[in-house]
Design a binder for this molecule. Structure first.
Ligand code: 5AD
Ligand code: FES
Length: 353
């Protein structure tokens, strides 16, 4: 099985059958070699740098009803909140002082955050923090809306594709959501000049190794600048409450495979990975990850942005999260970068390829 890792390292790709057997393998030597090569490739491209993204969770309202997600519309127990413009600006101010040069505004699909509300917020952040990247993660919107937000100054957009197989996508989402629309949104974002992040959960209910191969193939087609993956973690108030979560081993394996298939991609060690293991993010960093996304949201709302059970960092102040992560990054042998951390194809011309 280590032969497959060698081949993936040499060629940056494998056949579907080979990927399937690599994903299904339980061989420790294989995982060790994958980790070694993933780290080698990440260091070749990015050195020991880790980029930080300050995550601001602006709303826990959501019109969607994804079966895995704790803030789905049908969850009557979910606590809803939305941040005011002033609160968002004060998170940025706090974040800027802590050294963040990317702000990620993330939230459920909340109709309150119309273009009319978002545009002035994006403009204000753009104006005050001209040296920072503005990332949005606000779900599916129209072409027109993505365009207005981009024109207002947003640089990047995170929208996980969640599952590239129609059949699995339909099992994870309500009928009115479609993979086709999701993919159209991603291609639109790319066309509008956003740096795009896609991704999926590892170990989602009903997911097989074959579905993961489909995800990798879709990512090859889209070529996003960032790939966000983390383990599925069940939420007690969702239809998937009794399903098993994704494992650390499988998530790390996918991270390693992704680093070898996409040498230059931005790859976060996610909060979900840190949730299923106390050293999950550190292991992620050792397996090809080069981004972490500390929480910048006001502490009073953190536990309400409750996508899955046992989420970490909900009791910490932003400064503590920043400090904690820097310590973790350093002790894993990497260094925090003070840069915006654009994808290497974007850095030269600040946004234009
Ligand atoms: N477990 C892990 N990740 C989840 N997400 C949503 N619900 C869960 C869960 N139960 C992820 C989705 C979404 C991102 C913001 O969080 O992939 O795109
Ligand atoms: Fe938030 Fe460690 S990253 S406390």
């Amino acid at each position: 099985m280590t032969g497959l890792v060698e081949k993936l390292y040499q060629n940056g790709d494998l056949s579907d059958e080979e990927l399937l057997s690599l994903i299904n393998s339980n061989d420790e030597q294989t995982s060790e070699l994958l980790k070694k090569y993933a780290d080698e490739v990440r260091q070749r491209v990015y050195g020991k740098k880790v980029f930080l993204r300050g995550l601001i969770e602006i709303s826990s309202y959501c019109r969607n009803d994804c079966l895995y997600c704790g803030i789905r519309r049908s969850n009557k127990n979910a606590q809803r909140y939305r941040l005011s413009s002033e609160e968002i600006m004060s998170c940025c101010e706090n974040g800027y002082e802590l050294g963040f040069r990317t702000f990620v505004l993330q939230g459920g699909e909340d109709a309150f955050f119309s273009d009319e509300v978002l545009v002035p917020i994006i403009r204000a952040i753009r104006e005050k923090y001209f040296d920072c990247a503005i990332t949005l993660s606000l779900g599916e919107r129209s072409y027109e809306s993505y365009k207005r937000l981009r024109d207002a100054g947003a640089d990047r957009y995170l929208l996980r594709h969640e599952a590239a197989s129609e059949e699995l996508y339909a099992k994870l989402h309500p009928e009115k959501m479609s993979l086709e629309n999701r993919m159209n949104c991603l291609f639109t974002l790319r066309e509008l000049g956003y740096q795009v992040g896609a991704g999926f959960m590892v170990g989602a209910p009903y997911q097989t190794a074959w579905h993961l191969v489909k995800d990798l193939r879709f990512l090859q087609k889209l070529q996003p600048q960032m790939i966000g993956i983390g383990p599925f973690v069940p939420h007690h108030d969702t239809p998937f409450a009794d399903h098993n979560g994704g494992t650390l081993e499988l998530t790390l394996k996918l991270l390693g495979i992704i680093r070898l298939m996409f040498p230059k991609v931005l790859l976060p060690a996610t909060t979900a990975l840190g949730t299923i293991s106390p050293v999950g993010r550190e292991l992620g960093l050792h397996t090809g990850c080069n981004v972490v996304m500390p929480n910048l949201s006001p502490v009073k709302v953190r536990k309400k942005y409750d996508l899955y059970d046992n989420k970490i960092c909900i009791g910490e102040e932003a400064a503590e999260c920043r400090g904690c992560l820097e310590k973790r990054i350093n002790s894993a042998g990497y260094i925090v970068s003070g840069e915006r951390g654009d994808h290497s194809d974007f850095t030269a011309s600040q946004g234009e390829k």
